[in-house]
Design a binder for this molecule. Structure first.
Ligand SMILES: Nc1ncnc2c1ncn2[C@@H]1O[C@H](COP(=O)(O)OP(=O)(O)O)[C@@H](O)[C@H]1O
Ligand SMILES: [Mg+2]
Length: 320
């Protein structure tokens, strides 16, 4: 028996499409632990989608072996495999002619769940993604905003309670404000559910904010697979350094103070005592590092008199 320690394991995986000059994914080894949230960051065309699609066998690798929970995927039928994995893509892929409840029920119906179980599951999932079942179950996708459709896409992907979620730029088409809300809610959901998540994005802040670990890809090759903090602090090579602007962005952040960018409305500051507090003269670089290492999505800012004067989330840092 192989060890079942890793949720996903790639060994020497390559994918070369017919007539392509070079492989889209090149001799890749990767081990992803159960319950971890891994983001894949890289420019368009670097092989992110190809890598993801090999995990659920939408594409077959040209070489190499892929294990899911210790099992060689070629021994599992693609249909069975895909039911074990949720898959969310950018344009949601919702069935337009079906209601929200029918969309979410797709896989449970295939699996032959009884009506009551499916019914309860739909309600639970819609609540989980912040859509009131009584308001949304009977609507059609076009009657929802892009962000709401994406929530349904996530609910549908989780319908049969897969242990693995594959997400390909799921928030890519959502405007910045709603994207940020979705990211926060998705992090909250993940804290409850502990899925193994592979999440493709080309948004650096999104990759650093969501991932326990981040994969940085270029030309079909993984450049670094590490925690957000290590990627910012110790980029593995010049490519990673340039991508995360380790030089430039970090330098600039050094010169921006908390008080210059903080949100001064204190009404939204919750009364959780453990939220980190930092001085208003702290530079943004230190605040970013604090946000990435604490489990909080914001820090509170104090002035010299020790009075709370504002708060900073990744949003403020992004806008700065
Ligand atoms: N089905 C396909 N047939 C041929 N080439 C493909 C196919 N899918 C992707 N490619 C090529 O593989 C490379 C990586 O593509 P992709 O994985 O979609 O990149 P990303 O998701 O990072 O933007 C690109 O050069 C792309 O043109
Ligand atoms: Mg892609």
């Amino acid at each position: 028996m192989r060890s079942t320690h890793y949720a996903i394991e790639l060994k020497g995986i390559s994918k070369q499409f017919p007539r392509a000059k070079q492989p889209s994914v090149n001799k890749t080894d990767l081990k992803i632990e159960k319950g971890s949230f891994v983001t894949i960051l890289g420019a368009s065309g670097c092989g992110k989608t190809t890598l993801l699609k090999m995990v659920n066998r939408l594409y077959e690798p040209s070489t190499g072996t892929l294990f899911i929970n210790g099992e060689d995927v070629t021994t599992i039928s693609p249909t069975v495999l895909r039911r074990k994995m949720g898959y969310v893509i950018q344009q949601t892929g919702l069935f337009q002619h079906m209601t929200i409840e029918q969309n979410v029920a797709t896989v449970p119906k295939i699996l032959g769940w009884n009506k009551q179980k499916i019914d309860e599951r739909i309600n639970r999932l819609l609540e989980l993604v912040g859509l009131r079942p009584e308001d949304y179950r009977k609507r059609y996708p076009r009657q929802l905003s892009g962000g709401q459709q994406q929530r349904v896409g996530i609910a549908r992907a989780m319908a049969a309670d897969p242990s693995i979620l594959l997400m390909d730029e799921p928030f890519g088409a959502i405007d910045a404000i709603n994207r940020s809300v979705l990211q926060d809610e998705f992090l909250r959901i993940q804290k409850k559910l502990h899925k193994t998540i592979l999440f493709v994005t080309h948004d650096i802040i999104e990759a650093l904010k969501l991932g326990d670990k981040v994969i940085i890809m270029n030309s079909g090759v993984i450049q670094q697979f590490d925690t957000p903090l290590n990627i910012l602090r110790h980029p593995a090579n010049d490519f990673v350094k340039n991508l995360v602007h380790a030089d430039d962005l970090f330098q600039r952040m050094h010169f921006i103070k908390a008080r210059d960018v903080m949100n001064r409305s204190l009404s939204t500051v919750p009364s959780d005592d453990a939220v980190p507090e930092m001085h208003e003269a702290t530079n943004l670089k230190d605040i970013l590092l604090m946000l990435l290492t604490s489990s909080y999505d914001h820090v509170r800012i104090k002035n010299t008199k020790n009075e709370l004067v504002g708060q900073i989330t990744l949003n403020e840092i992004r806008q700065a």
